[in-house]
Write a protein that binds this ligand. Structure first.
Ligand code: OOB
Length: 560
């Protein structure tokens, strides 16, 4: 694409290509001149908040005995852990896979990495051997940070296995009992002067929901991400009196920045970590901490609105519920305000950049029937047909976007970038949308080969590749099936080899044992003799989806 990225980490020795394409100079100048990119890093942002109100509470972690860290405490911990990481030989541009549940140390490590310019790679607690090994190998991570045991799963064992397959990995840091690894609690040291990253440098690598065989890494800069965070604060009325409950996994882009924990910290508010997103865990915390904002995926929003009717807890502090990650049905959206007594903001965002919100002053119809409009006046939106021609106004088409916080390319993925971006730098979101007269977007579907399981994204090809590894399987096609609760579930259509026998339960177990996150294990497995084909002889996933949807709505027995 355009000029090499002066701000990205240096390309590996001997390689000519930069790690990822970046914004052309003319765009960067425009975004700076418009005040979007302000020249501040996340490390500096926390420093400034800690200087302004050192004693205000920054992070509440109710797990165990419960911990409350002031801004000064979080700032000090970030500095001390930064010094310890530097002493371990971790520095600017190094990648560190971060896989922590919703615990306070997530922020301690995150800001320590931000300060030294090392790049967190945001894994989710659900990820297992296949995903973590891939992230470590692809990013050439030098360190991996995990909890000891969470929800009954031992991450130290996972780290031992990953380490054997990730040659660049030199350190495993554990929050809690370290087992054979290094305790995070032993890392902090007296701060030392050190190099700081520049605002245009990469801040972290986020994960793409993906539609290909392996997930890709999304390079975001301090400047671009901080802009999206600050702008989200304004749109969602987040200020220093805001209290944000992190109910979804903290490392996901939505709870991190829309406006999420980082938005709340940027505003000087209070972040409350919720260990699990169910109402029994979340509602008492909302009452106790007087939570004002939280974000949920649609299935959880449904559960919360139902539970709110009978709860003994006082939820009156809630001002805004953000719902996004997957399509929120109009019927469910209408129930939010009456049930929870707060405003609803729909969020249609993506880790690659573009985030749309319905606004707090939008009328009710707009809030319940659209997925919002872009954050920024300089978010460029195109809705195009299969040949990249603009559709008629109001028509449905592929969403392309370009702007001050949307990446121009994935990390070390030149071939994929050639497909995922237009020649002039628009990101092909893979979403099918239509624009309303007011400039709001309505998500009508998806052209990417992905299943959106209640906000958790599954790249069909990734699961298909695993299933193809089973000796009894001749061919497989994984598609979405509509589901009342999750929106979609996954169904694997499988053709067995001649004479082979396999039961659905055994195939599902096989996928789990290959070390894939549990949400990627097909909800349903159907054995067939052949796949429907398109005119040009490709497997017709559209026909398979129709078959799956028809059989999902018909009464049927257990699947395995
Ligand atoms: C968020 O980010 P990702 O990267 O996990 O997933 C992005 C994709 C979008 O391309 C779209 O397919 C889908 O998730 N999506 C929605 C949606 N919000 C996301 N589809 C329909 N309606 C919505 N409201 O999911 C994400 C990132 C930041 C904020 C919110 C969500």
């Amino acid at each position: 694409m355009t000029a090499p990225a002066p701000h990205t980490a240096p390309a590996p020795a001997g390689a000519a290509a930069p790690d990822a394409p970046t914004w052309p100079a003319a765009y960067a100048e425009r975004y700076r001149a418009a005040g979007y990119w302000r020249g501040e890093t996340f490390g500096q942002m926390l420093r400034a908040r800690a200087a302004r109100h050192p004693d205000r509470t920054a992070v509440v972690d109710p797990a165990g005995a419960g911990r409350r860290w002031s801004y000064a405490e979080l700032d000090r911990r970030a500095d001390r852990t930064a010094a310890g990481l530097l002493a371990a030989g971790i520095g600017r541009g190094d990648r560190v896979v971060l896989q922590l549940p919703n615990v306070a140390e997530f922020f301690e490590v995150l800001f320590a990495l931000f300060r030294i310019g090392a790049l967190p790679v945001f894994a989710l607690p659900a990820h297992r051997d296949t995903e973590i090994t891939h992230f470590c190998v692809l990013s050439e991570a030098v360190a991996y940070v995990v909890a000891d045991v969470h929800e009954g799963y031992d991450y130290r064992d996972l780290a031992t296995r990953v380490r054997a397959n990730a040659p660049a990995l030199r350190h495993v840091f554990v929050v809690g009992d370290p087992g054979e690894h290094t305790p995070l609690a032993g890392v902090p040291r007296e701060p030392v002067p050190h190099d700081e990253p520049a605002p245009g440098d990469l801040a972290f690598l986020q994960l793409s929901g993906g539609s290909t065989g392996v997930p890709k890494l999304i390079p975001r800069t301090h400047d671009d991400y901080l802009y999206s965070v600050r702008a989200s604060d304004e749109i969602c009325a987040v200020d220093e009196d805001s209290v944000h409950l992190v109910a979804l996994p903290a490392a996901h882009n939505f709870p991190l920045s829309s406006p999420g924990s980082l938005g709340t910290l940027a505003a000087g508010g209070r972040v409350v970590l919720c260990p699990r997103p169910d109402p029994d865990t979340a509602f008492p915390l909302i009452e106790r901490e007087r939570v004002t904002h939280t974000g949920l995926v649609p299935p959880l929003a449904l559960v919360w609105t139902e539970a709110a009717a009978a709860t003994p807890y006082d939820l009156s502090s809630l001002r805004v519920l953000l719902v996004g990650g997957a399509k929120f049905s109009e019927a469910a959206a209408r129930r939010v305000r009456p049930a929870l007594g707060c405003a609803l903001q729909q969020v249609f965002g993506m880790a690659e950049g573009l985030v749309n919100y319905t606004r707090l002053d939008d009328d009710e119809e707009t809030v319940v029937t659209t997925q919002g409009r872009p954050i920024c006046p300089d978010d460029e939106i195109r809705v195009v047909d299969d040949d990249d021609r603009d559709v008629e106004p109001g028509g449905t088409g592929h969403l392309l976007t370009r702007g001050p916080y949307t990446i121009r390319g994935y990390w070390r993925a030149p071939e994929h970038n050639a497909r995922s971006f237009t020649a002039d730098g628009f990101y092909r979101t893979g979403d099918l949308v239509r624009l309303t007269g007011s400039g709001h977007l309505v998500v009508e579907g998806r052209s990417k080969d992905q299943i959106n399981r209640g906000g958790e994204k599954i790249a069909a090809e990734e699961v298909e590749n695993v299933i193809l590894g089973h000796p009894a399987v001749h061919d497989v096609s994984v598609v979405a099936v509509p589901d009342d609760y999750l929106g979609e579930r996954s169904c694997a259509y499988v053709i067995l080899r001649r004479g082979a026998e396999l039961r659905a339960a055994a195939l599902r177990r096989f996928v789990r044992e290959r070390g894939l996150a549990a949400y990627k294990v097909p909800d349903r497995v159907e054995f067939v003799d052949a796949f429907p084909h398109t005119g040009v002889g490709k497997v017709s996933k559209r026909d398979l989806r129709t078959t799956a949807a028809d059989s999902a709505s018909a009464p049927h027995g257990p699947h395995d």
